[in-house]
Design a protein around this ligand. Structure first.
Ligand code: PLP
Length: 364
């Protein structure tokens, strides 16, 4: 006997990346930023007092909304602050899809999407990326043929780190009949030369929702703060109807505000991540890995012939280094490695060299 709805009884929950509580562990498995958050966040944290928690917070995180609108050159009506980017994903689904509706995503992708779709009783369809990890050219047609109410894309893509251009996404949004969600969790790590900027398109693409988070670019994964960017007609039902009455708390509002107002300082960590991304890429290639160039803060690396990704993952773990191994087709010969600090990346490369030579691999 169970009290759960049948859809809940049938579904599996989300499996988060391992979080070992051990100071010796080098964590390169969940794409956290290795550099500290802007100094103003620490200052804002020190200035908080318990007395400030007596009252309810701003229901819409008003000060943050204003600052985010300013940062993006948009209006407050275009911004929806949420309890992490993950809450935005849930709100999009509960607002724009009914039970039984189809939700689709390019596969492989973020494994939370199917979980949230299942909670709502939606059907989830995975549309495979092509052999170069690009969207199939008829992606919009496939979505429309499925009558998909919502489609999820990660850009830069996870787990490959590949970037789609803003114009390719705008074209897709134009051709697709449903709500297109572009998950920009890793957008801050894109090289400026790419000239990627989708935010300015939300008022011409009326079916586009962009996800942003403070977790990666601002080194605040523990804070749980993200936001959506879209035209007013998409933001409003989530803001006024489906959202929890106080979906972000006073403390996170204050710290997220300090963070976004310090975007220039945070950008220094983005530059460091890009530099280390190059170091790690070259180091992995030298060891015989095949690595996809990434615009994100992680690399998807195919292990050298003669070595198994799962074994390497286990051997690294035994040496207190965590990376991500996905036991699924197309990914089970690869490791997804978060770009760490210079010191962490050096340790990783040293350990990998050792593991590979133990496996009898020639490193010439
Ligand atoms: C990290 C991440 C998010 C959002 O994470 P939050 O910590 O909930 O803000 C969304 N999508 C992808 C693909 C991510 O990696």
């Amino acid at each position: 006997m169970t009290f759960e709805r049948p859809a809940i009884a049938r579904m599996e929950g989300y499996t988060p990346g391992e979080q070992l509580d051990d100071a010796r562990v080098i964590k390169l498995n969940t794409n956290e930023n290795p550099y500290p958050a802007p100094e103003a966040v620490a200052t804002a944290l020190r200035e908080l007092s318990v007395a400030q928690l007596r009252r309810y917070p701003s229901p819409t995180a008003g000060a943050f909304r204003e600052a985010a609108a300013l940062y993006h050159g948009l209006s407050q009506e275009n911004i929806l602050p949420t309890n992490g980017g993950d809450e935005l994903l849930r709100l999009i689904i509960t607002t724009f899809a009914d039970a039984g509706d189809v939700i689709a995503a390019a596969e492989p992708s973020y494994s939370l999407y199917p979980v949230l779709a299942a909670v709502q009783g939606c059907k989830f369809r995975r549309l495979p990326l092509d052999s170069d990890w690009n969207l199939p050219s008829d992606f919009a047609d496939q979505l429309n043929a499925l009558n998909a109410k919502i489609a999820f894309l990660v850009n830069p893509h996870a787990p490959t780190g590949k970037l789609m251009t803003s114009s390719a996404i705008m074209l897709l949004a134009e051709q697709y009949n449903g709500v297109l969600v572009v998950d920009e969790a890793y957008v801050d790590f894109i090289a400026p030369e790419e000239n990627y900027n989708l935010c300015q398109q939300i008022n011409s693409c009326k079916n586009l929702v962009i996800l942003r988070t403070m977790s990666k670019g601002y080194s605040l994964a523990g804070l749980r703060f993200g936001y959506g960017i879209a035209c007013k007609a998409l933001i409003e039902p989530m803001l006024t109807k489906t959202r929890d009455s106080y979906n972000t708390d006073f403390i996170s509002q204050k710290l997220a505000l300090a963070a976004i107002q310090s975007a220039e300082e945070a950008a220094k960590s983005w530059l460091l991540v890009r530099q280390q991304r190059e170091v790690l890429l070259l180091g992995l290639q030298e060891l015989g890995f095949t690595v996809i160039p990434s615009q994100s803060n992680f690399l998807l690396a195919q292990t050298p012939s003669g070595s198994k990704a799962e074994d390497l993952y286990q051997q690294l773990k035994a040496r207190h280094i965590l990376v991500r191994y996905f036991d699924q087709p197309r990914l089970d010969d690869k490791l997804r490695i978060t770009v760490g600090s210079a010191e962490e990346n050096t340790k990783l490369l040293d350990c990998l060299r050792e593991c590979l030579s133990l496996a009898g691999n020639s490193l010439e």
